[in-house]
Design a protein around this ligand. Structure first.
Ligand SMILES: [Zn+2]
Length: 265
């Protein structure tokens, strides 16, 4: 690992945990064309190779999917390789990264391309791995340095997971029936998830995924991605909406009505 990458990982850990960083020296590694997998225990070598193979497949798939809309900047040549840290367990992952207890994985730094995963998660290969690669890829693809709204980041990454979204769909269905979804203004303006409990995060994920799918189906992927890029450049929502979709923003209530009507079809 380069010193720069090491320092960035440490900086993330230190800033997010506010506690002294653990040592990563002595981790083992395996490489594929675009990724390096790091693991603490040599028994994880075969698993690391599986992760690398799957990561290359997910990367290729994202390339195929988004390249037509912006062919010139994807996963820049000459940039840092993507580092995937395979923690021994969710407990190991949480103790080291101090992420919220509902978290199982993280995309740490979009520029340096660092992903942290828990080895013992049964959904690692089909959920967390594609999810976190999508986070890194999407951010780099957009080419914006500022934060992209959380509902877009999570909605796009969730849509790349390979597991059926049955649980999220069930959460959403039940909350819609109870008229207890997150108000659209709150959903669109939320900037962090760390202060939410597990149920609230599940609802946020379910609604974000559903809204991203709705907007992509309603306006097409090209216009949706234009919206994401404009919002990532801090364009106010109403003007970003007008520019991306060539329509005035319908208001938070209007958007909620359109989204719910689309779901009811
Ligand atoms: Zn995510």
């Amino acid at each position: 690992m380069t010193c720069r990458r090491w320092c960035l990982l440490m900086a993330f850990v230190i800033f997010s945990m506010n506690v002294p960083a653990p040592a990563y020296e002595g981790w083992f590694s395996e490489e594929s064309r675009h990724f390096t997998a790091y693991f603490r225990d040599p028994s994880a070598r075969a698993e690391a190779e599986d992760v690398l193979r799957a990561a290359e497949v997910f990367r290729d798939r994202l390339n195929q999917k988004w390249k037509p809309f912006r062919p010139w900047s994807f996963w820049r040549q000459g940039g840092p390789r993507c580092s995937i840290y395979l923690f021994q367990s969710k407990r190991d992952f949480l103790e080291t990264t101090r992420r919220p207890s509902w978290s199982r994985s993280a995309a740490v730094d979009a520029e340096e391309k660092i992903i942290a995963l828990s080895r013992d998660s049964p959904t690692l290969m089909r959920a967390e791995l594609p999810h976190e690669i999508a986070h890194l890829y999407f951010r780099q693809w957009l080419g914006v340095s500022g934060p992209v709204p959380v509902w877009i980041e999570e909605g796009v990454a969730l849509a790349e997971e390979e597991l059926p979204a049955d649980k999220l769909d069930a959460v959403l269905e039940s909350r819609i029936a109870q008229r207890r979804t997150i108000p659209m203004k709150e959903l669109l303006e939320r900037t962090r998830l760390q202060d939410l409990d597990q149920n609230s995060v599940a609802l946020f994920y379910a609604q974000s995924r559903s809204l991203v799918i709705f907007l992509t189906e309603r306006f097409g992927p090209s216009r949706f991605l234009a919206l994401a890029r404009l919002l990532g450049r801090k364009t106010p929502l109403t003007s970003a909406w007008q520019q991306a979709f060539d329509l005035p923003f319908p208001g938070f209530d209007g958007l909620e009505d359109q989204w719910l009507s689309h779901l009811a079809r």
